[in-house]
Design a protein around this ligand. Structure first.
Ligand code: SAM
Length: 378
């Protein structure tokens, strides 16, 4: 009951979230201040801190997060905001100490993002061994609490296929790439945002390039070093994700597979072919970005492969915004769409019949699929 009462009124949260999404930060500061005056809820302090942080008023934000986090033990996003504010002030040392005491007090089921942050903070402090430990805890947390999330699925595939070389296209801050445990990993992204930076090692190679440029430059190396598992999660458009899949297939080791992220968009806006269109559909002013989740029209690539590639086995796992599995083999079934039909295929057309269009699989199916995979090193 007390937990229920601690929840802020839904309409207030909606109002604040709207201001946040629309980047109306000055109004957000005022609205959350009024909210706190009326309710004295720590969540209102934390929201005000978030708006202030985006307005680069970091010192004020820090004080609010400090207050909110002390009142809100067990609320991971308070801790996250506080640690972000400390790090933005260059106080990673304090952030590391704070996390070391906050994590054990939190609920284990909510600790995933805190481990991620701890990994990032330790990386920025060049405490590589501690960062590695936090990364392993973050991966273990995912395997326990998000067993069908992309990191868990990729790690399971790395183990069950016996992957030697893992390639990730679109790596961003490395929240998947850094955690995965494979003998050799290749990262490709035109703009890495890796905390603490990155350097080539025997285990990890980094290519700060678009995927097209990477395949062009590294084609002959890939011919002699074929990747066993490729994660396609770069630019979320039909054309680019299709190009990434076809390029990956050229070099994939026989028996290997491709996993694609974001094949099952969560809304019409999330499925828009461009971020501008996503903002437009969300009724947001033109300020860049998608204004929320953006899976793009990657789903069209699945429709395309299922229409034009009788040599490929393609399906989508109904998890983590749709994980597409693509590998050479006999398809279970095919579609007969033309390219024009694929291009015109709307989100609404998709949701009407998503099971058969995407060859959608429930998470129950994954174990039996995994059991059928043959080890590459057998
Ligand atoms: C959704 S993020 C990747 C997230 C990451 N795979 C993970 O699981 O945490 C998409 C990334 O794709 C990158 N990207 C955009 N265009 C790209 C391209 N043409 N080739 C490769 N990566 C691209 C962006 O810079 C961004 O970091």
């Amino acid at each position: 009951m007390s937990e229920l009462r601690a929840q802020p009124p839904k309409s207030k949260v909606q109002e604040i979230r709207r201001l946040w999404m629309e980047k109306r930060d000055e109004e957000g500061v005022l609205a959350s201040e009024r909210w706190y005056e009326m309710s004295a809820k720590p969540v209102a302090l934390a929201w005000r801190g978030r708006f202030l942080q985006r307005l680069k008023r970091n010192d004020e934000a820090l004080l609010l997060f400090d207050q909110a986090s002390r009142a809100g033990i067990g609320e991971p996003w308070f801790h996250i905001s506080y640690v972000k504010a400390l790090s933005l002030r260059g106080r990673d040392d304090d952030a590391a100490k704070y996390l070391a005491s906050a994590i054990p007090k939190g609920k284990p089921e909510s600790n995933g993002h805190l481990y991620d942050m701890q990994e990032g903070v330790n990386r920025r402090l060049a405490r590589w061994d501690s960062a590695k430990d936090s990364g392993q805890l973050a991966l273990k947390w995912r395997m326990d609490y998000q067993p069908f999330g992309r990191a868990s699925i990729l790690q399971k595939l790395i183990s069950s296929l016996g992957v030697h070389l893992y390639l990730e296209i679109g790596v961003n801050d490395g929240s998947t790439f850094l955690k995965l445990d494979a003998p050799q990993k290749i990262a490709v992204d035109p703009r890495f945002k890796i905390p603490g930076g990155f350097e080539n090692t025997d285990q990890e190679q980094w290519f700060q390039l678009t995927s097209d440029a990477f395949f062009l430059a590294q084609g002959s190396w890939l011919e002699t070093n074929p990747p066993d598992l490729v994660f396609v999660d770069g630019l979320h458009t039909y054309a680019q994700s299709l190009a990434d899949v076809y390029n990956a297939l050229k070099y994939l080791r026989p028996g290997g597979m491709i996993v694609m992220h974001d094949c099952l968009p969560t809304s019409e806006a999330a499925a828009a072919p461009t971020t501008d269109r996503a903002r437009e559909l969300r009724g947001l002013a033109d300020k860049g970005g998608a204004g929320g989740a953006w899976m793009g029209d990657v789903y069209r690539t699945i429709l395309h492969l299922r229409s034009f590639n009788p040599e490929l086995e393609v399906c989508v796992l109904d998890s983590d915004c749709g994980l597409g599995f693509v590998r050479p083999g006999k398809p279970e079934s095919m579609l007969s769409l033309s390219e024009d039909q694929v291009r015109a295929f709307s989100y609404h057309d998709l949701v009407k019949n998503r099971e058969s269009l995407l060859n959608l699989k429930t998470t129950d199916w994954f174990d039996s699929f995994e059991a059928r995979l043959c080890r590459l090193d057998a």
